[in-house]
Write a protein that binds this ligand. Structure first.
Ligand SMILES: Nc1ncnc2c1ncn2[C@@H]1O[C@H](COP(=O)(O)OP(=O)(O)OP(=O)(O)O)[C@@H](O)[C@H]1O
Length: 226
């Protein structure tokens, strides 16, 4: 479903005398449909860079990413945007809800853009499970952090994407909220038969994923036990 093929990536030096900063070295990875993977590693080890490359948001210097059989970095900009819109869901640490839209419109935003038929039964199920059905007419600023992240999860899964990319999805929540939000995210992703690639600093949150890998010196290794 998601294949990273020998990805290498570096950033140009900020000063002429500095060497280029190589962040990823020949990273390969396969994620099957319905499988979840947590990516851990020290700050600055390249986790977000890897997630951005896997999601088609940052062009790698070398290597290819295949998502649902399509080589992301051989697609035109329009094809890549359409694939991201139809096949991918995103959950970010900062929630990233659209401030001018109600909860209901935020959740439907991506489905409407993709012009796919909206599965109302699935939407209702999501809202009930996430306990946000009474919040549909509120604006994001009228919600708590935990409520905002539950809305962001509904938005990410509403169109049953092939894969959800989550960058520190519980990074702004306290411990108990983190567990309840993470439990809901992993449960609903399984129900949608979506895959999950999640970046986290928390071994407890990583424990919700089927597999945990660590990024160290530009390469993926089995995560060391917590
Ligand atoms: N646009 C950029 N230009 C130059 N260097 C960058 C850029 N983006 C990231 N980096 C550098 O690449 C390295 C990896 O960054 P990245 O954000 O992927 O790490 P991370 O593991 O997600 O870190 P954290 O856990 O702190 O969020 C860091 O050293 C960072 O400073």
């Amino acid at each position: 479903m998601l294949e990273l093929e020998t990805i290498s990536h570096w950033f140009e030096p900020t000063a002429a005398a500095d060497p280029a900063q190589r962040v990823l070295h020949d990273v390969s990875l396969t994620l099957q449909q319905g499988q979840s993977l947590a990516l851990m590693g020290n700050s600055g080890s390249g986790k977000s860079t890897l997630l951005q490359i896997a999601a088609g948001l940052e062009h790698p210097n070398q290597g290819q990413v295949r998502l649902a059989g399509q080589p992301l970095y051989q697609l035109s900009d329009n094809q890549l945007s359409a694939l991201r819109r139809d096949k991918i869901g995103f959950v970010f640490q900062q929630f990233n809800l659209l401030p001018g839209l109600t909860v209901g419109d935020n959740i439907l935003f991506q489905s409407r853009l993709s012009q796919q038929p909206i599965d109302n039964q699935w939407l209702k199920h999501l809202m009930t499970e996430l306990a946000i059905d009474d919040l549909q007419h509120r604006l994001p600023e009228q919600l708590s952090g935990g409520q905002q992240q539950r809305v962001a999860i509904a938005r990410a899964i509403a169109h049953k994407p092939c894969i959800v990319f989550a960058d520190e999805p519980t990074g702004n929540l306290n411990d108990s909220l983190s567990h309840s939000v993470m439990a809901l995210l992993s449960h609903l992703i399984k129900q949608a038969n979506s895959s999950l690639l999640m970046v986290t600093h928390s071994a407890a949150m990583a424990g919700y994923a089927d597999t945990v890998l660590e990024l160290h010196q530009g390469q993926l290794t089995e995560a060391s036990p917590a």
